[in-house]
Every structure is written in structure tokens, then in C-alpha cells.
Design a protein around this ligand. Structure first.
Ligand code: FFO
Ligand code: GTP
Ligand code: MG
Length: 442
């Protein structure tokens, strides 16, 4: 096994730079670099020297002997001055030791996974923790990195394995007189209860996935009703061009908001009309509809009704929750959606109604993507493996018409799928995808 090193802190120059070294050559490196191996887990001040004894820097050195380190291997940490030349010299020196090479992206974490210090859901949680931008995302990622999903999924897998053992016991002892009761029946019972628990866990309206990827609100409506003006008001900057001419916006324009800790992406789109001015506007409208169809929430705006009792500035905004079954093309015409969930009177010019609209959007984002009391699945990958697990468990539990050998095979499938979820088995194909999200030094 190679020993790896990398700059684990951010861009240079910086006040302090943290360099990590992990692997079997760590002791040798420390002896050569700082003259010895410090007492474990305590920061000590040392001179770092090159091969000729010339001092490269004086910095803090930490020694974490394996397996009780972040990677599970011997690990050393060098906290040096964050100058470009200092760091370059220390990294060059590290590369001069035998069997020591620069780490690739995510390689420290990969070693933590191989050592069993983390499971795959914790690794994903760690990637999310580094990417988290809002408070609710931060909390969700921290819980996952801390092992909330790991503990749940491993306890489920342990139950499936217990059920398999019960069935095996039945097979092994079926020709003997004295087995206590029908152990296979107990196994099918465990499978049924577990399938129900997994379905409850899955039944979270995809909140965890939405919180991870952001809640999408799409502004739609006829041209010139103030969609881009509202976007700018929400963003508090001139993100989109506003003019008195209908058909101003063509490309969808995104702004990112933090509403009550939930990341919300608001997307302004081209106004919809049947008599548009050519292929550019037509393409804009096509993109508008596509964004609307992929939204969590559509905010449909329409112009002030000059015939109404309060004419002038105040237009209408309709909030409309989009679900998988909604066919946007059929529902949204230039005249607006046939059904909506909430209605607001809004004027961007006077500001009237904008706060109420933002409050409502925040409430929608919170209920559609806020972190719940229990941590749910946070990726499509989790959902697919869990649905497969539940289906296999149901088959084991309910198919009394099948031979016990086939129902036992269903239990094996369930255990394997839970194993893929935590990375306990057969996930080589997944690792490159997951570690592709990491930066070097993590
Ligand atoms: N300077 C520094 N800060 C850091 C990290 C690091 O590697 N270096 N981390 C990098 O991700 C995170 C902390 N992660 C860590 C995880 C486990 C252990 C560790 O040594 N665990 C031992 C002992 C635990 C204890 O003393 O309570 C163990 O679990 O056996 C250290 C850091 C965030 N902050
Ligand atoms: N009176 C009044 N005018 C507004 C209000 N909001 C926007 N406007 C004006 O309405 C015109 C169109 O505004 P935009 O925000 O560009 O409208 P849009 O819906 O994005 O239009 P398209 O991009 O063409 O679809 C501009 O002249 C704005 O200044 C408002 O609340 N009251
Ligand atoms: Mg516009």
C-alpha cells in the first residue's frame, strides 16, 4: 500500500496550511522530516527539514497511529505556514520518500471506507457536508456523515441475516424431531415487518433528496407581467433584464436563495404567448415549459386586471405544487393553470404582497424539503436499493405458495441490496462515481 499525501486545507496563500500524510511509511517520513515520531494525538512544534538538513518551516506536527485515525492507517498531519513556496517545498520533500506519492481526489476518505471507519452512506454524507450551503443541508449532511443512515441500514441487514439463519436452521434440521417450533415461519414474519419499516422510511415525499439538491421554484406566466422584476426583487440584484417590451426574457435565469435554511433555486423564464416573434422566443417558451415540468413549485404570474376594482399595480401570483403526475403542457396555457394551491396579490413596484409571497414560498420549501425528525434517504441510489430490498422482503414474507428455497433466495437478495447501500458488498462500480465528488486532500 502506497503512502499518500496532500494539502488538505484550501487555496494558497493562507495563514496556515494543513498537509496530511497517510499510510505505512508515515513513521519513516516523520523521522526524516521532523527527527522523530511525536507523542500520539498531541500537537508539537517541530522544524521540518529537507534531505540536507535545511529547515523548510517550523510548524505543528500531529501523529495519529492507525487504526484509530481518520483513515484507519498511520496518519501524520503537518500544520505549516500557508505560503506557496513553503507548501511546495514540504510537498516536494514528502514525495522524495520511498513509497510516498500525492493522493488523488477523495483518496483519504476512500481509505477510511476500506478500513471500515466509514460506510458508503457516511462517505456520501461527508461529500454533502463539504457542499452544504444552508443550515438545513448542513444538519442533514452532518447526521448522515455521523452514521445515522449507516446504523439504520446495518441494523436492517443484521435482521435479514438473522432471518436467513432461521431458514437455514429449518433446512438443516427438518428431518429431526426436536426443532423448537417452525423457525422458517418466524423468518417470514421478520421479513414482513422489515418491509413495512422500509416503506415507512421511503415514504418521506423525497424531502431528503430535495433538501440535498435544492428546492426548485419556476416563475412562469404571459410576457410582460413582471416575472423578471419579481426575480430581481427576490435576488435583491438586477439578475434579469427588465423592459417594457413583451418577450424580453428568453433563456431561463436562476438565482439561489436561502429560505429558512432550505436552498431554493428560483428560475425566471420566457413569457408564454401564442403569437411570439419567431424561433428564439419559441425556444425560450419550450425551455420555460421544460423547467416548469421539472419544478417543485410553479409561481404563475399574471398582469394586473385593469377591469378589477383595484386596477393598476397589483398582479396575481398563483403558487402551484408540481407533482410527478402533473402534465404541465396540458395544464399551462397562456391563460394560466386551471388549478393552483394558493393565490397572492403582488406588486413589485410598491412591494405590496412580496413578503407574504416569500413567506409562503419558504413554508412550501420547508414542508417539501425541510429536514424532518428522522433522517430519510438523501439520494436516488438509496431509494432504488431500499425499494428493491422491500420488494424482495415482501416476496419472502408473502409468497407462501413458493418453495422455501426460493423465499430464502429473496432474503439473500434483500441482504445483498442493503449491503450495496452501505458498501459492505460489491460496490466497486460505485466508488469512482462517489469519490469523483471529492477534492484532493479529502
Ligand atoms: N486537523 C484536522 N481537522 C479535522 C480533520 C482532520 O483530518 N484534521 N478531519 C478529517 O476528516 C475531521 C475530523 N475527523 C476525524 C475523525 C476521526 C479522528 C480520529 O482520530 N478518531 C479516533 C479517535 C477519536 C477520539 O479521540 O475521540 C477514533 O475514532 O478511534 C480524527 C479526525 C474534521 N477536522
Ligand atoms: N406598474 C407596475 N409595473 C411593473 C411591475 N412589475 C414590473 N413592472 C413593469 O412591467 C414591465 C415588464 O416587466 P418584466 O419584469 O420585464 O416582465 P416579464 O414578465 O419578465 O416579461 P417577459 O420577460 O417579456 O416575459 C416593465 O416595464 C416593468 O417595469 C409592477 O409591480 N407594477
Ligand atoms: Mg422577463
Amino acid at each position: 500500500m502506497d503512502t499518500i499525501y496532500a494539502l488538505s486545507s484550501g487555496g494558497l496563500p493562507a495563514a496556515i496550511a494543513v498537509i496530511r500524510v497517510s499510510g505505512p511509511a508515515c513513521r519513516t517520513v516523520l523521522v526524516g522530516l521532523v527527527g522523530g515520531v511525536p507523542v500520539p494525538r498531541r500537537a508539537v512544534l517541530r522544524s521540518l527539514v529537507d534531505g540536507n538538513g535545511r529547515v523548510l518551516d517550523r510548524g505543528l506536527v500531529l501523529w495519529f497511529p492507525g487504526p484509530g485515525s481518520a483513515t484507519g492507517e498511520d496518519l501524520a498531519e503537518l500544520q505549516v505556514h500557508g505560503g506557496r513556496a513553503v507548501v511546495a517545498a514540504v510537498l516536494r520533500r514528502l514525495g522524495s520518500f520511498d513509497g510516498v506519492r500525492p493522493a488523488v481526489a477523495g483518496e483519504f476518505t476512500r481509505r477510511a471506507l476500506i478500513a471500515g471507519r466509514m460506510d458508503l452512506t457516511q462517505v456520501e454524507g461527508l461529500a454533502d457536508l463539504l457542499a452544504a450551503e444552508t443550515e438545513a443541508q448542513h444538519r442533514q449532511a452532518l447526521r448522515q456523515a455521523d452514521g445515522d443512515l449507516r446504523r439504520l441500514y446495518e441494523s436492517w441487514r443484521a435482521q435479514v441475516i438473522r432471518a436467513r439463519a432461521l431458514v437455514e436452521a429449518q433446512f438443516d434440521f427438518s428431518d429431526e424431531e426436536d426443532i423448537p417450533g417452525d423457525t422458517a415461519e418466524a423468518a417470514w414474519g421478520i421479513a414482513g415487518a422489515l418491509a413495512a419499516a422500509i416503506r415507512r422510511h421511503l415514504d418521506d415525499g423525497r424531502r431528503g433528496e430535495r433538501l440535498r439538491s435544492g428546492y426548485q421554484v419556476v416563475l412562469m406566466g404571459p410576457p410582460n407581467v413582471g416575472k423578471s422584476s419579481l426575480l430581481n426583487a427576490l435576488a435583491r440584484r438586477e439578475a434579469a433584464i427588465v423592459t417594457a417590451e413583451p418577450g424580453t426574457t428568453r433563456d431561463p435565469i436562476e438565482v439561489h436563495l436561502d429560505l429558512a435554511g432550505v436552498p431554493v433555486t428560483v428560475i425566471d423564464t420566457a413569457g408564454l404567448r401564442s403569437d411570439g416573434s419567431g424561433p428564439i422566443e419559441a425556444e425560450g417558451m419550450r425551455r420555460a415549459r421544460a423547467r416548469g415540468a421539472a419544478a417543485d413549485l410553479v409561481l404563475w404570474m399574471s398582469a394586473p386586471d385593469v377591469a378589477a376594482s383595484e386596477p393598476g399595480d397589483v398582479g396575481t401570483a398563483l403558487l402551484w405544487r408540481v407533482d410527478a403526475k402533473t402534465d404541465l403542457g396540458a395544464v399551462v396555457t397562456e391563460s394560466g393553470p386551471e388549478r393552483y394551491d394558493r393565490r397572492f396579490a403582488v406588486s413589485v413596484r410598491t412591494g405590496a404582497g412580496v413578503d407574504a409571497l416569500v413567506t409562503a414560498m419558504a413554508a412550501e420549501a420547508e414542508s417539501g424539503a425541510g429536514g424532518g425528525a428522522d433522517l430519510g434517504p438523501t439520494r436516488e441510489r438509496h431509494r432504488i436499493e431500499l425499494a428493491g430490498t422491500a420488494a424482495a422482503l415482501d416476496s419472502a414474507a408473502l409468497r407462501a405458495d413458493l418453495p422455501a428455497e426460493l423465499r430464502a433466495e429473496d432474503l439473500r437478495t434483500a441482504a445483498d441490496r442493503l449491503g450495496r447501500l452501505t458498501g459492505a458488498i460489491g460496490v466497486d462500480d460505485l466508488l469512482d462515481v462517489i469519490f469523483g465528488e471529492f477534492c484532493i486532500g479529502k
